[in-house]
Design a protein around this ligand. Structure first.
Ligand code: ATP
Ligand code: MG
Length: 259
């Protein structure tokens, strides 16, 4: 069982990588793809375009399981260990026929900042803990852009953090800050993937900078118009077998997740 969080600067390719990895890994493992970005669009990268109610907006469920109205906080009595064992299955959207890939859309939580114990966040955290207990499963979490989520500790149970970078100093600076904060909250394994690479010089530039930051690079993904096409057509990248980006992500999946 491994929980993977995909992070990095805004627009770097987190949702594309999360969605594609989730599809690829579901050939071998049971995968929960978790949309942990309040600006939810992981479903779209899987080719799902029907509206999905995020768990944080399920008022009845939150009330039923925690005993408190969503939005209530300190002073309110609610169960901090809600019953959730049935939820990962019942709340997730089955993506494939075999049910090896399931999507969970979290929604917005933790508005109260670090240490917030609002009912919605209690429920979501309990849910995450429960999924983590099972074997032969992989969680792929599509995180919010930047580093704010780390300050709020939504990534604290993560085994592997993939930081996406691109040729350019801005995403490298974000990566450096993410590395530091992830280390502070106890994420032990932090690696990088370089995305949107146009040529060898660009790749060498980023790899050299990452080496200086002592960040391991586990792969690079070319800039590929098929990724843009898949986004325009609203289909998963797996539907474009010619995509060079897809081939690179397959390589990462094979090497790193023993596909
Ligand atoms: N390898 C690539 N080649 C070309 N375009 C790419 C590549 N990877 C991502 N893109 C494009 O970059 C844009 C952002 O990608 P994506 O939505 O996956 O990033 P994100 O990090 O999840 O963004 P956000 O921070 O907004 O959540 C999309 O238009 C996508 O098509
Ligand atoms: Mg995204």
């Amino acid at each position: 069982m491994i929980e993977v969080a995909v992070t990095g600067k805004g627009g770097i390719g987190k949702t594309t990588l999360s969605g594609t990895l989730a599809c690829l890994l579901s050939r071998t493992y049971k995968v929960f793809a978790i949309d942990a970005d309040p600006d939810m669009n992981l479903a779209a990268s899987l080719g799902i375009h029907t509206p999905i109610t995020p768990i944080s907006s399920m008022r009845e469920l939150i009330k039923d399981r925690t005993g408190a109205e969503p939005g209530s906080s300190y002073g309110e009595v609610f169960k901090i260990n809600p019953r959730i064992s049935d939820l990962p299955e019942s709340l997730s959207i089955k993506y494939d026929d075999k049910g090896n890939l399931r999507l969970l859309v979290m929604g917005t939580v933790d508005k109260g900042g670090e240490g917030c114990v609002c009912p919605a966040s209690v429920l979501l955290k309990a849910l995450m803990r429960h999924i983590i207990l099972k074997k032969d499963e992989i969680i792929i979490m599509d995180m919010e852009a930047g580093i704010e989520h780390l300050g709020r500790r939504t990534a604290e149970a993560v085994d592997l953090m993939i930081i996406l970078v691109e040729p350019g100093l801005k995403s490298l600076e974000t990566a450096y800050r993410i590395k530091k904060l992830a280390g502070d909250i106890g994420v032990t394994r932090i690696v990088c993937v370089v995305n949107k690479v146009s040529n060898l010089e660009e790749e060498a530039f980023v790899v050299k900078k990452l080496e200086k930051m002592e960040l391991e690079v586990i792969g690079s993904i070319p800039r590929d118009e098929m990724v843009v096409k898949s986004d325009m057509e609203g289909k998963p990248l797996l539907d474009y077998p010619q995509s060079r980006a897809l081939k690179s992500i397959e390589k990462i999946a094979k090497k790193y997740f023993k596909q």
